[in-house]
Ligand binder design. Structure first.
Ligand SMILES: *[C@@H]1O[C@H](CO)[C@@H](O)[C@H](O)[C@H]1NC(C)=O
Ligand SMILES: *[C@@H]1O[C@H](CO)[C@@H](O)[C@H](O)[C@H]1NC(C)=O
Ligand SMILES: *[C@@H]1O[C@H](CO)[C@@H](O)[C@H](O)[C@H]1NC(C)=O
Ligand SMILES: *[C@@H]1O[C@H](CO)[C@@H](O)[C@H](O)[C@H]1NC(C)=O
Ligand SMILES: *[C@@H]1O[C@H](CO)[C@@H](O)[C@H](O)[C@H]1NC(C)=O
Ligand SMILES: *[C@@H]1O[C@H](CO)[C@@H](O)[C@H](O)[C@H]1NC(C)=O
Length: 661
């Protein structure tokens, strides 16, 4: 490259740099104010509207449409201890982040509680609530929880609910077995009203109508309850000021939840529903500010607060030029190489564009004092979990970042010092890489006594909670989890690394429901060279990924209960009988795309094949899932001697070691 070109680049960079800085100094401009309104109206839920209703209402858990009454009914049949939700499928804007004002909304619905003839009305149990929730696929807990609360993320789950409760749960502060309550992020009502005072008996079998009105400006909430006529009763059962904004995301889902108790059932029906909301918003004037310029500016401010002047900025420009020149040279070099390679390769496989990892946030060494203060001296309240090798803590660093801190037990390493050395090397190697589907390693702390790994904290809980808890992940989300984990493993393997602990509790779900693989296993094996060891471990990863796929599709754990077939045995048995579709989690209901689920199941089974009998590598798995490569035929019956991988290495880990008949 000539000096001339360099100078030219330098000029371009300098000018863009200044314009970027200028524009980022300006305040974000907001344009004209607009009102966003939303209106829904369901006069009934009859079959003739069914085609459209099915698109618009997501039924979860034991919720169903009763064609007899043209109503949504929870539960569907005479089920005890069940929970269901009926959620309007599209999100509704209920909060304006600019003004921090909640939206105004009005809703009215008619509902009916009915007891099966064999139980007396007085001992009925259960209730119904109008809910505003952050997602459209979780069912809360049954029993007294009214399907309202979510187990997967206890603390952070935002929910607003107006409950119509015909059971008394003194532990939740209920006044009696006939009340209306307002619940804000908790099952314990903020306020509750004895509706007997208004001459209403919720479970008398008649059809009631409720009106809920909220004004986002004055924060006035009004609830009316009366017979199913369109006139508003003269007196509200509740009227008061409540700020809903702490419990609202910008977009929320609205609908109903209900549950039945241990000993009794009660049918809850919703037979018509109107909802209107108005939220304020400001149109944004397009801005020239780019995200990257912001990051650069912030970083400069972070690290060089005291020397933030003109000189360093031209130094950065110089650095930028250097990096750019290098990038161009490297690109030219590699493009040349790739071309040469693809020319010689017979099979043309277009390499998939890997997502570019985020800005480098390098892993670093932590001092024990820092770790100790982050975990409040390894306090018991901070413990997230433990196993035979380690205890995991939630920690909070001085800069406010939440982290997960995994502290390995001393006994674990007492047998071999070289194991620990290898592990330290591995932690640092994994700490160097970044991928959107891998939980970043933030750092480590290795001193004479301690072996500690620090991860980023992912707030939304791990996959096992979503899969085996009360929620029902829809198929689209499950498919995405499988693809995300496959991408993560494929990337890891491409770096000659392995995960060694693939299972649902190692997969975390972030707030945008992306799956992120964390909790690396760091399985140790000092007897093998690291490269060979990682090759074997990668094969184990593929096998374990196959089991994970089966778990995700079937919604059941890998370990068998006494008297039941192991999940892997069961899946192969179903395959031999050509009944694979029966393995698909039935709780997902009609939403599931059965062909796709069976295809993914086949990929999962293929991953459990003997290593020399067709087990793919992760790169191939990603291609199968993205339909970039045809999935080979599975053997029609399970291969006779099925070992997860060649047993000559002697490296075994629990489940994957046992020969399968
Ligand atoms: C939005 O609605 C409010 C009342 O809810 C009204 O005062 C305001 O003028 C409306 N704004 C626009 C732009 O329509
Ligand atoms: C709700 O109803 C009240 C009373 O009828 C009305 O004043 C208000 O504008 C309505 N709000 C919305 C968001 O429709
Ligand atoms: C609820 O109201 C009814 C009728 O006014 C009354 O008999 C009952 O004692 C009240 N219950 C409670 C817990 O206040
Ligand atoms: C049960 O409800 C029915 C109406 O559905 C009513 O006629 C009957 O009196 C109630 N029984 C008791 C014990 O409250
Ligand atoms: C619900 O909306 C429909 C259509 O907009 C209207 O005809 C009906 O009266 C509304 N019902 C109530 C109770 O407001
Ligand atoms: C429900 O039944 C169980 C036994 O089956 C009993 O121990 C429990 O007290 C009952 N609960 C209620 C609320 O009746």
């Amino acid at each position: 490259m000539h000096l001339q070109n360099l100078l030219f680049l330098f000029i371009i960079l300098t000018t863009t740099h200044t314009t970027l800085t200028e524009s980022s100094n300006k305040k974000t401009n907001s344009g004209p104010e607009i009102n966003i309104t939303k209106h829904l109206s369901f006069l009934d839920f009859s079959p003739k509207n069914r085609i459209t209703n099915e698109d618009m209402i997501t039924l979860l858990g034991s919720a169903a449409v009763s064609t007899e009454k043209n109503c949504i009914q929870i539960p569907e049949n005479n089920l005890q201890y069940s929970a269901g939700r009926a959620i309007y499928s599209s999100p509704t804007r209920l909060f304006d982040p600019n003004t921090r004002l909640p939206a105004s909304f009005n809703t009215t619905f008619s509902f009916q509680f009915q007891n099966p003839s064999d139980t007396s009305n007085s001992s009925s149990s259960g209730g119904l609530s109008f809910i505003i929730v952050p997602d459209e696929f979780t069912v809360g807990r049954p029993g007294p929880w009214l399907g309202m609360m979510n187990d997967a993320c206890e603390d952070e789950y935002k929910v607003v609910a107006i409950e119509f409760d015909s059971r008394m749960n003194p532990e939740f502060g209920d006044p009696n077995d006939n009340h209306v309550g307002i619940n804000l992020g908790s099952i314990v009502s903020e306020t509750s009203v004895n509706v007997s005072d208004f001459g209403i008996r919720l479970n008398d079998g008649s059809v009631h109508r409720a009106w809920i009105m909220y004004d986002g400006h004055s924060k006035l909430l009004e609830i009316y309850l009366g017979p199913d006529e369109t006139v508003l009763p003269s007196k509200a059962v509740y009227s008061g000021n409540i700020d809903l904004s702490p419990y609202l995301n910008e977009y929320m889902f609205i609908g109903f939840s209900g549950s039945t108790g241990n000993n009794h059932t009660q049918f809850h029906s919703i037979c018509s529903w109107n909802f209107t909301s108005v939220s304020r918003a400001f149109l944004r004037v397009p801005s020239t500010e780019s995200c990257e310029s912001k990051i650069t500016v912030e970083n400069n401010e972070d690290h060089d607060q005291n020397i933030h002047s003109k000189t360093p900025s031209s130094f950065y420009v110089f650095l930028a030029v250097l990096v750019l020149v290098l990038t161009i040279l490297i690109n030219l070099y590699f493009n040349g190489k790739r071309k040469a390679k693809s020319d010689s390769d017979e099979v043309m496989v277009v390499p998939k564009e890997k997502q570019r990892p985020g800005p480098p946030n390098r892993a670093r060494k932590f001092g024990l004092a820092e770790i100790s203060s982050a975990t409040r001296g390894f306090g018991e309240l901070q413990i997230l979990g433990s196993d035979s090798r380690s205890v995991t803590y939630k920690g909070s660093l001085l800069n406010g970042c939440n982290v997960v801190i995994k502290r390995f037990s001393r006994q674990f390493f007492s047998s071999s010092a070289s194991d620990r050395r290898i592990m330290c090397k591995e932690v640092k190697a994994i700490g160097k890489i970044r991928h959107p589907n891998l939980v970043p390693i933030r750092g480590w702390c290795f001193d004479r006594e301690e072996t500690i790994v620090v991860y980023d904290f992912v707030p939304n809980g791990s996959l096992d909670k979503w899969l085996f808890g009360f929620g029902v992940l829809p198929w689209s989300r499950r498919f995405k989890v499988v693809k995300d984990v496959a991408e993560a493993l494929s990337y890891l393997h491409s770096k000659d690394l392995a995960h060694k602990n693939v299972k649902p509790s190692s997969v975390f779900i972030d707030i945008s429901f992306r799956a992120i693989l964390g909790d690396f296993g760091f399985v140790l094996s000092s007897s093998e060279s690291t490269r060979f060891e990682s090759l074997v471990s990668q094969k184990v990863d593929v096998f374990e990924f196959g089991i994970l796929v089966l778990e995700v599709i079937s919604g059941r754990g890998r370990k068998s209960k006494p008297g039941e077939l192991d999940l892997l045995d069961l899946a192969w048995a179903m395959h031999e009988r050509d009944e694979k579709a029966k393995l698909v989690d039935r709780r997902m209901g009609q939403v599931v795309n059965p062909d796709q689920a069976v295809r993914v199941l086949e990929v999962g089974l293929m991953c459990t094949l003997n290593d020399n009998k067709g087990r793919p590598n992760m790169e191939e798995v990603v291609e199968y899932l993205n339909l970039e490569r045809r999935v080979p035929e599975l053997p029609s019956s399970r291969p006779v001697s099925l070992f997860p991988y060649s047993s000559t290495t002697g490296l075994c880990s629990g489940y994957s070691c046992a020969p399968f008949k």
